[in-house]
Design a protein around this ligand. Structure first.
Ligand SMILES: CC(C)(COP(=O)(O)OP(=O)(O)OC[C@H]1O[C@@H](n2cnc3c(N)ncnc32)[C@H](O)[C@@H]1OP(=O)(O)O)[C@@H](O)C(=O)NCCC(=O)NCCS
Length: 266
């Protein structure tokens, strides 16, 4: 296991790995499956479509191997449990001893995970090609001001912006860990010059939230939400993860924000 990475993930920062899983098959996929727990292998086997089995396997093996970059535990030894809101977390003693928090996401052909030193984090990946019925879904799930802004856009910009806001909201919901219980129409991402401004629901601390929206591929979006506990500005680093990678090496891959997302108190 690499030993020089733990020092690089400071408390208050977030590290992201993402993998274009389309091409992962055969021996590399089998090697990843060998790192899964029996429960995870059972769950993978229950997927009807190969692509879903592949993405699940890549996501969970990647998560295990990435966690092992930050704490000296073999990838297949990590154990997980589910928090009351449904969010997967590390079981004890792994949570206490490693101090790590994580979240993962998969969409067909792309998986991602985010790791922090205990800061609440959520990640979501989506394809821009999924945005059928964007206006209708925005009316139903988004805040009125968001739906109005989307309604004023042309068809293609509306579809793209809808997925971008959806991805940010999913990342936020996943950082909170509350799942479907969160009222997504009570927070909003509103136009703010060249980017978006996060306007939270009353219960969350606006100033603490940080968001990043990136395009790992031209037609895909990756959003990260983190609740910062420190006064200094959090730093996000992102790497492309390769299934055949045995040890981490090299500088983070440049993944520029699609546009900035700022947080302001409600
Ligand atoms: C839990 C939820 C967030 C998953 O999101 P998704 O986009 O369907 O799927 P993703 O691939 O991004 O994430 C799935 C992973 O998130 C993790 N996850 C599951 N429940 C979670 C929760 N409550 N909180 C955080 N993470 C969760 C799991 O690791 C899961 O992967 P796994 O099943 O392979 O272990 C989703 O089911 C949900 O409740 N979404 C909110 C629904 C909604 O109204 N969205 C509208 C946005 S505008």
């Amino acid at each position: 296991m690499p030993d020089r990475w733990p020092a690089l993930l400071q408390s208050g920062d977030v590290h992201v790995r993402f993998c274009v899983s389309d091409a992962c098959d055969g021996a590399p996929l089998e090697a990843l499956a060998a790192d899964l727990s029996p429960d995870e292998r059972d769950r993978a086997a229950r997927f009807v479509f190969h692509r879903d089995r592949r993405d699940y396997t890549v996501a969970h093996a990647m998560l295990r191997r990435v966690l092992s970059c930050y704490h000296p535990v073999e990838p297949r030894a990590w154990q997980f449990e589910t928090a009351p809101g449904g969010k997967p977390t590390l079981s004890e003693p792994f949570a206490r001893e490693s101090g790590l928090s994580f979240n993962l996401s998969h969409t067909t052909g792309l998986v991602a995970c985010a790791v922090t030193r205990g800061d609440d984090v959520g990640v979501d990946v989506e394809s821009l090609d999924r945005a059928a019925r964007a206006r209708e879904l925005a009316q139903r799930y988004f805040a009125p001001a968001e739906a109005k802004a989307l309604g004023a856009m042309g068809a293609e910009p509306c579809r793209q912006r809808f997925i971008e806001i959806w991805t940010l909201k999913e990342a936020y919901v996943k950082a909170l860990g509350t799942g479907l219980a969160t009222m997504l129409s009570q927070c909003a991402f509103l136009d703010a010059g060249s980017g978006l401004r996060f306007v939270p629901d009353n219960s969350s601390q606006a100033a603490a939230w940080r968001f990043w929206l990136m395009a790992p591929e031209p037609r895909r979006r990756l959003a990260v939400a983190m609740r910062a506990r420190q006064a200094r500005e959090p730093e996000l680093r992102a790497w492309v993860w390769h299934p055949t990678l045995q040890s981490e090496d090299g500088a983070p891959d440049l993944l520029s924000p699609v546009f900035p997302v700022v947080s302001t108190p409600s």
